[in-house]
Design a protein around this ligand. Structure first.
Ligand SMILES: Cc1cc2nc3c(=O)[nH]c(=O)nc-3n(C[C@H](O)[C@H](O)[C@H](O)COP(=O)(O)O)c2cc1C
Length: 155
């Protein structure tokens, strides 16, 4: 079954709410999901993921140090060809999400459009997060269908 792994940092739970809504949206597509605060995450969580969503709030124009440390640890992991999403809550700037996206691209991840919410997500923003989760899940479901078709053709 295709798998989405969502890892996030959060100070006051706004990015956490986004992460939970992304997972809710993805689950509507029937895929497997893992949702972890970065403090409980390990790079091995991503080994068999088809899609990864990494989130951080913007603090002092940067992502949270714990998220930065986690991303740096991924340098030796083969993430090439996985589908990715960078997301996070912010007050007035988008540096954290942009930096996550840039680093994941450098690892060969195919990113979909970023997801940024100002401060606490309301119902409308949560619905957008659910849609992003659903979109990610749809992309990895599609990949699986294409792979199955290739196998059928090569028999
Ligand atoms: C100490 C501190 C520094 C912050 N620095 C920034 C910043 O540089 N840029 C920005 O856009 N927002 C900044 N914010 C606002 C947070 O990004 C915003 O409150 C966000 O919703 C926090 O998300 P979280 O609840 O997931 O931690 C700052 C907030 C605090 C408390």
């Amino acid at each position: 079954m295709p798998k989405l792994v969502i890892i996030y940092g959060t100070g006051s739970h706004n990015t956490e709410k986004m992460a939970q809504a992304i997972e809710e949206g993805a689950r509507t597509q029937g895929i497997e999901t893992i949702l972890k605060n970065v403090s409980n995450a390990d790079k091995s969580d991503l080994y068999d993921a088809d899609a990864i969503a990494i989130g951080s709030p913007n603090y002092r124009d940067l992502m949270m140090p714990s998220v930065q440390k986690f991303l740096d640890q991924l340098a030796g992991v083969n993430l090439s060809g996985k589908i990715g999403l960078a997301f996070g809550s912010y007050g007035w700037g988008l540096e954290a999400v942009q930096a996550i996206k840039k680093q994941l691209i450098s690892y060969g991840v195919e990113m979909i459009k970023d997801l940024c919410v100002k401060r606490m997500p309301g119902e409308e923003e949560l619905e957008i997060c659910r849609s992003a989760g659903s979109l990610l899940a749809g992309k990895i479901n599609d990949k699986e269908v294409k792979c199955a078709a290739l196998v059928i053709r090569s028999v």
